[in-house]
Design a binder for this molecule. Structure first.
Ligand SMILES: NC(=O)c1ccc[n+]([C@@H]2O[C@H](COP(=O)([O-])OP(=O)(O)OC[C@H]3O[C@@H](n4cnc5c(N)ncnc54)[C@H](O)[C@@H]3O)[C@@H](O)[C@H]2O)c1
Length: 251
């Protein structure tokens, strides 16, 4: 019996990077995974990879910043898989912008996807979880919250908002037997990070020197934390955050 047998888990941003790693890891533990992404092609690649390792997955296209799209995603998962037990609320963007260059438009774009998106996905999924008698939501913050680079004021504050949002959701959803916890991953060379101008391997290696464990992180480093929070092993934990950052902020 695997740790997540019988559970249906929705992963937003599941088409690449951390999202793909969560999908593969959760499926290895027996979960049926709904791979949700704005990019249907990469989401289909993730689905194929889950199936290759003997797991079960479906693809649900979504723009997490658009409420009608989010509700359609939730309904599609309900119809195809019978409901949602777990959510990894992972889709997010992280443009590097110098303080002086942040515009209202950029700020709103980051907040619409990272904060509003996380909120409406959690709210929509929680309705489905309530029908199943409960569930577990994992929100994604960031180590930039602990050691902020100057080009990340808008992104970092959105990830601080996620920490606060998680606590509010944990309080509001506890009566429905829904737990809400947060993971803070370290800077990791995912497809999204490596396509941002200014992110090169030497920079990631330099940032790794701010950790107690002085190596660059891989997407798989965070998967165990997500499995733990989705599984019943964390049944007595809610409103908590877990920094999976090699000891960032400890020195
Ligand atoms: N990579 C890092 O260093 C790092 C560190 C800490 C936290 N995080 C967080 O982890 C999460 C994933 O990051 P990543 O590095 O894997 O990014 P990534 O860019 O490699 O992958 C993000 C995925 O989200 C999807 N996406 C983007 N906007 C979307 C939208 N509006 N609706 C639906 N899907 C959308 C993309 O298509 C992509 O598949 C983000 O929330 C990010 O803030 C990343």
């Amino acid at each position: 019996m695997a740790r997540l047998d019988g559970k249906v888990v929705l992963v937003t941003g599941g088409g690449q990077g951390f999202g793909r790693a969560y999908c593969l890891g959760l499926a290895r533990e027996g979960a049926t995974v709904a791979v949700a992404d704005i990019n249907e092609d990469t989401a289909n690649e993730t689905r194929a990879m889950v199936e290759e390792q003997g797991g079960r997955a479906i693809v649900v296209p979504v723009d997490v910043s658009d409420e009608s799209s989010v509700l359609a995603m939730r309904d599609a998962v309900d119809q195809q898989l019978g409901g949602i037990d777990g959510l990894v609320n992972n889709a997010g963007i992280f443009p590097r912008i110098e303080l002086a260059e942040i515009t209202k438009e950029m700020w709103d774009r980051i907040y619409n996807i990272n904060v509003w998106g996380s909120f409406i996905v959690a709210r929509a999924a929680s309705h489905s979880m309530r029908q199943r008698g409960g569930g577990s939501i994992v929100n994604i913050s960031s180590s930039t919250f602990l050691t902020p680079p100057t080009q990340h004021a808008a992104y970092m504050s959105s990830k601080g908002a996620i920490m606060a949002l998680s606590r509010a959701l944990a309080t509001g959803l506890a009566p429905h037997n829904i737990r809400v916890n947060t993971i803070l991953p370290a800077l990791t060379g995912t497809e999204g990070v490596m396509s941002e101008p200014g992110y090169q391997m030497w920079y990631l290696e330099q940032r790794a020197q701010m950790q107690l464990i002085k190596r660059t992180a891989g997407a798989d480093d965070v998967v165990g934390a997500a499995i733990f929070f989705i599984s019943d092993e964390s049944a007595f934990m809610t409103g908590q955050s877990l920094s999976v950052t090699g000891g960032t902020g400890m020195q």
